[in-house]
Design a protein around this ligand. Structure first.
Ligand SMILES: C[S@@+](CC[C@H](N)C(=O)[O-])C[C@H]1O[C@@H](n2cnc3c(N)ncnc32)[C@H](O)[C@@H]1O
Length: 206
């Protein structure tokens, strides 16, 4: 399986066509809500925003969001959902269609960069560093990956075959003289048997 633009575009087009109700019901990510609860809203990058559940939640909570994905269908859906929520929320979001395998955020421009469950096509180390380069001093980076094997059962998860960040890979990519680790842990998913999430929250100290 190749998790490239054609794969994701096909998956989003099919999912949005066949299960729009399920997509609309999907709540924003629980790790995001928990980990950024104490942060003051500012500029945030949602890298791999999908259908926009987190982007919309962030905009509704006062953040100015740059939302990047390479699926045109997911972005179109997200944009129209934002517009339906009203001009105030829609105006806080900039939608960018780009490939995160190559796209580099503007340097040190964000108070928060989030990258949730994105398959990494190249090197994890390089991807984490590239996403981290967008964080301004004093800002934060939240990376979350679904691990491919469920440690409780030893069985493959829905992320099997994908390369997503692990705690070790994300931590290893961050220069500890510039980053303070706030969270670096694996958390079991709510539904038993669906595996664990690697959650890394780091604060840029310089
Ligand atoms: C598993 S979904 C996660 C979406 C969202 N972050 C969430 O937590 O629900 C992965 C998303 O990353 C996007 N994606 C994967 N690889 C990408 C890449 N190289 N460039 C841009 N977007 C990518 C896909 O289109 C998809 O929307």
């Amino acid at each position: 399986m190749t998790y490239d633009r054609a794969y994701w575009e096909g998956l989003w087009a099919k999912t949005l066509r066949e299960h729009p109700d399920k997509v609309a019901r999907r709540p924003p990510n629980a790790h995001l809500i928990t980990e950024i609860a104490s942060l003051r809203p500012g500029r945030v990058l949602d890298a791999g925003c999908g259908h926009g559940a987190e982007t919309l939640w962030l905009a509704a909570h006062g953040w100015t969001v740059t939302a990047v994905d390479f699926s045109a269908s997911a972005l179109a859906h997200a944009r129209s959902t934002a517009e339906a929520l009203g001009p105030e929320i829609a105006a806080r979001i900039t939608w960018v269609e780009a490939d995160l395998g190559a796209w580099t955020p503007p340097r040190a421009q964000f108070d928060l960069v989030v990258c949730l469950y994105v398959h990494v096509a190249g090197s994890v180390d390089e991807t984490v560093r590239r996403m981290a380069s967008g964080v301004a001093p004093g800002g934060a980076l939240l990376m979350v990956g679904h691990r491919p094997i469920d440690p409780a059962t030893g069985k493959p998860t829905a992320a099997s075959g994908q390369v997503q960040v692990s705690v070790e890979s994300a931590v290893a990519a961050l220069d500890r003289s510039a980053w303070e680790l706030v969270v670096a842990e694996e958390r079991p998913r709510a539904i038993a048997g669906t595996g664990v999430d690697a959650v890394v929250l780091a604060k840029r100290v310089m």
